[in-house]
Write a protein that binds this ligand. Sequence first.
Ligand code: DP6
Length: 316
Amino acid sequence: MTTAIAHPNIALVKYWGKRDAALNLPAVPSLSLTLSRYHTRTEVLWGATADQVWLDGRAATPREAGKVFAFLDLIDPSRPPVEVRSVNSFPTAAGLASSASAFAALALAATEAAGRPLPLEALSALARRGSGSAARSLWGGFVAWELGERADGADSHGVQVADERWWDLALVVAVVSSGPKAVGSSEGMARSRATSPYYPLWVEGGPADVERARAAVLARDLPALGEVMESSTFKMHATMHTAVPPLLYQAPATTAVLHEVQALRARGIGAWSTMDAGPNVKVLCASEDAERVAEALRPLVERVDTLAPGPGAHLL
Ligand code: DP6
């Protein structure tokens, strides 16, 4: 058994849209923060009696297992049967996407188990094939996912901007609802690209947003990072809203949280919102302000979790 651990990440500048769906190549670069506390732990037995996938202690559905086996085939098309056991330390109730930590941990554990270890960049490009955001979970702290230029996607991988000790920030997760999302990311991205008149504008603005965010991280300039993060979020959601039919991931409580974050800022607390393809709001602030932010949001939502920058994927 080979075991790997990977942590989820939250995009500060968003990935939304693919230029190549088969290779999972993004239409825009993105920049994320890897998170502490929560992780996926994945065990791989390369050369088992039969192909098997266990997720959080239950047998995977045929659809889930099919995704895992297709991914393992990328590592070795004539592979032996493989057993995969994956457990999330975070309850789905945490309201965080798990595909990033899942495919980062699987890529690391499976290549090692297969006796085909890869350098981090190649591992990131492989994890990307499972789920785009997984390309960013190989590193800790702040990670950019570059567009790349090559047709085979080998240069579309993560690059660490600064590690998890660089900046003492907090990400306060306001869990509005922990249920599964109505429309998955891949489908939502395809619909946005095909139908939203704002999509070309969204794609055009991506590289400049990543550069602004990278500069803000390196300068430890929280207002600048918060501003570009909110801007990227709202541009992505404008693209979602203007798809046909519209993609409306927010719930009523989502809007209440967004207003409360603006009110906190008006009172002098440096807090900025981001949202992904779901109703939960993640609020970026200095760690010393995290408790005040959490307190303000708690009455509005199911639960609040406070996370910090976390480490990259590693073998046990
Ligand atoms: C809104 O990485 O889940 O969270 O590549 O289709 O698996 P696939 O998509 P996924 O999309 C994440 C979209 C997002 C923004 C982000 O994480 O950058």
